[in-house]
Design a protein around this ligand. Structure first.
Ligand code: IMP
Ligand code: MG
Length: 180
């Protein structure tokens, strides 16, 4: 499938499922190497990161746990900047290595919100892992480093592999870019 139509918009194939899996495996291997003695807790950010978290987690071969946090900030094709926590998590993260798993880092407002929220619980360290990253949009370069990333992408709206347009298209196994 090279072209998909969701509601009023058309999207072109941008990153195939094969390429996605290859990059996730690369990042998983890096995490296996870097975190082997750290007993980390992975924290998947719902809804968008569910496919990424599922694929990545299968390739981890270290002692680790996973939990999920549900927040929302996007409406249509742009971020609202206002973040709401919809489902929290109960794990005690004091003195633990926590790895945020995001589908995409855009402005970084979500990351800013999450890091502040997690810091209150006094983890040992917080690392950021994302499937996609829009460096031209990110506003927190001096504040939070993106530790692990599968793809740097231009500043364009994309869907698929967990990412949605108004709730739809999360089921696509590849990533599609909005057609101008
Ligand atoms: P940020 O707070 O601006 O970094 O936005 C982060 C969240 O907005 C992500 O977790 C996504 O859920 C959503 N988002 C950002 N860019 C896109 C996109 O291109 N397509 C779909 N969702 C996006
Ligand atoms: Mg998200």
């Amino acid at each position: 499938m090279n072209l998909v139509k969701i509601k009023d918009k058309s999207f072109n194939l941008f990153i195939s499922n094969e390429e996605i899996k290859k990059e996730i495996l690369r990042v998983a291997n890096q995490l296996n190497e870097d975190l082997k003695d750290k007993n980390p807790l992975f924290l998947g950010i719902l809804n968008g990161a569910f496919m990424f978290a599922g694929e990545l987690f299968q390739h981890l071969n270290i002692d680790c746990e996973i939990s999920f946090l549900k927040i929302s900030s996007y409406s249509g094709t742009s971020t609202t900047g206002k973040i709401k926590q919809l489902i929290g998590f109960n794990e005690d993260i004091k003195d633990r290595t926590v790895i945020i798993l995001e589908d995409i880092v855009d402005t970084g407002h979500t990351i800013d919100y999450l890091v502040k929220l997690l810091k209150e619980k006094e983890p040992k360290e917080i690392l950021i892992t994302t499937l996609l990253y829009k460096p031209d949009k990110y506003e927190y370069k001096d504040k939070y480093k993106i530790n692990y990333c599968c793809f740097n992408i231009p500043n364009e709206f994309i869907i698929g592999y967990g990412l949605d347009y108004d709730g739809y298209a999360r089921n696509l196994d590849s990533i599609y870019k909005i057609k101008e």
